[in-house]
Design a protein around this ligand. Sequence first.
Ligand SMILES: Cc1cc2nc3c(=O)[nH]c(=O)nc-3n(C[C@H](O)[C@H](O)[C@H](O)COP(=O)(O)OP(=O)(O)OC[C@H]3O[C@@H](n4cnc5c(N)ncnc54)[C@H](O)[C@@H]3O)c2cc1C
Length: 399
Amino acid sequence: MPDLDWPAAARELAARFAERAARHDREGSFPFENFEDLRAAGFFALTVAEDRGGAGASRRTFLAVQEELARGDGSTALAFMMHSKFFGAQRESLTYPERWYNELCRGAVQDGWLCNTVATEEGLGSPAGGGLPDTVAVQVEGGWEITGRKTFTTMAPLLHYFIVLGRIDNPGGSPDIAQFVLYRDDPGVRIVETWDALGMRSTASHDFVMEACRVPADRLATRRPVNQADPRGAPGMAWFALGVAATTVGVAQAARDFAVAFARERTPNSQQTIKDYPGVRNRIGRIDLLLQRSRALIRDADDAWETSHGSQRRASEGQMSAMNRVAAAKIDTLNNCIEAVDLAMRVVGGVSLLKKNPIERYYRDVRAGLHNPPIEDRALEMLARAALDEPPPPLKANE
Ligand SMILES: Cc1cc2nc3c(=O)[nH]c(=O)nc-3n(C[C@H](O)[C@H](O)[C@H](O)COP(=O)(O)OP(=O)(O)OC[C@H]3O[C@@H](n4cnc5c(N)ncnc54)[C@H](O)[C@@H]3O)c2cc1C
């Protein structure tokens, strides 16, 4: 793959995405043309391993790309992240059998095909909660019959590979948790266009319905007993959580840029430019502080992850493990960015509410990542567990 300056290339694309964002947001339509731009510029292979023909971009580059894309259009950035983070995490954890890993990499690099994990259900909520999916796969002659309904299937209109989480019941025993690779033209599969959301409206995160969908045996990609930890766990969390955080920083940065440009220009009749009011100056300063803090947290978590290879152990007593730094960075960034966009709205004033200005979209989009894993309560519980439940260091004898 050519040695590209990926963040700079993302910035160029983001400028085009920004011009299309308002229409897609208003219509709730999927920005096919943005994905065609991403595909044509080679981004579908960004995080695919080099030995599989991809660019093998580092997590740091991936995060920089996410932030740049989100400055143009949060929906496109968040949706595309679902594809990129999958390959980044797989490079670290290699949990898919060769047959599927090769196929998914080849599809991304050669055919320009997108993949995403399709896990959430109405009854289950987030699978991160540990519940059992209602989607069930039954072994039949020559393969599997799968029935279920998934919600939040981001990029549903364009996905090629739907990696579906389901359960396999074992007579007399506890069920297994499995992942199946499905295609949009599999029998019994359909997409129901349910996505009409407050924010990230152009992600087309529709429902994916499987009615007695019969597929060959080799579509089963992974299988584990329900009480066994998900082997994708830790790297999946690092790429996903930090990817969400970086995307959210991009959205908040766009709001900040709008507010700064506005404050420099806006001069109500016979008054001074609003940038000279102390309240406006204070808010802009606070916005930059919040964004800087978020980037520092993301960088810290990424560095810790890189040097510890995702170890759950603390670098030293009193410090957070790499995993907990990832969780801390994600939830703090979300809160910082929500606050930053709120401050930007206050700087701009009444016209921040108008649909003709993009800042009202940023205000809605910036919230979405709150509901991607880890959610705040689970992240705080991780931090509390490390402090309160893990074995304490040995007491030092008095000298
Ligand atoms: C824009 C967007 C795109 C998405 N794309 C995808 C996708 O492509 N594929 C996919 O599979 N999913 C996707 N999701 C779904 C997402 O990952 C979550 O599964 C979904 O938002 C539901 O999570 P939840 O925590 O609200 O659900 P629930 O599990 O129903 O939780 C609801 C609430 O209960 C509380 N709660 C639940 N469990 C706990 C706990 N253990 N401790 C404390 N409190 C708890 C929390 O307050 C939580 O907010 C997407 C979501 C969004 C917003």
